[in-house]
Design a protein around this ligand. Sequence first.
Ligand code: ADP
Length: 161
Amino acid sequence: MRIGIYPGSFDPLTNGHLDIIERAMLLCDKLIIAIARNSAKQPLFTVEERIELLRNCCTGNANVEIVAFEGLLVDYCRENDVTFIIRGLRALVDFEYEYAIALMNKKLAPALDTVFLMSRAEYSFVSSNIVKEAASYGGDITSLVPQFVTNKLREKFSRNN
Ligand code: ADP
């Protein structure tokens, strides 16, 4: 059984992430979407809220598991028999960062490989950060994130104003 893991912050989930998820599912028998609890980034959504966003938008597929994990990704992978890590690549700016992480993970767990999926052109500029920035000023982000995420972003920012 090929088990893929797609780790990230998903703060929040975007259509760019969803596109990677759909394509990753074609490569493995089971896909674990894993939210890192120990990310250095200051999140807008709590881990539990991000899990809810993912659950709501990835329903209906029994082969997808949504989890949060702490510590090293490679340790989680070993404990859960993960075959490969999935990451998305947007523009060149992603490359250096992703390359370094992939090499480090390879060093820590030589049996584990990272598979990169190129972003679809229409989502190549889409990041959680850019979506949050636009949404915080009332920008229209409806074509960039699922409807459920749009609603949650509106709730967040109307509460802050
Ligand atoms: P992280 O904090 O680990 O970078 P993100 O949630 O920002 O978490 O991203 C998770 C993964 O999804 C990363 O590999 C990132 O490059 C990829 N990704 C994010 N947005 C897109 C997109 N629009 N298209 C393709 N891949 C993306």
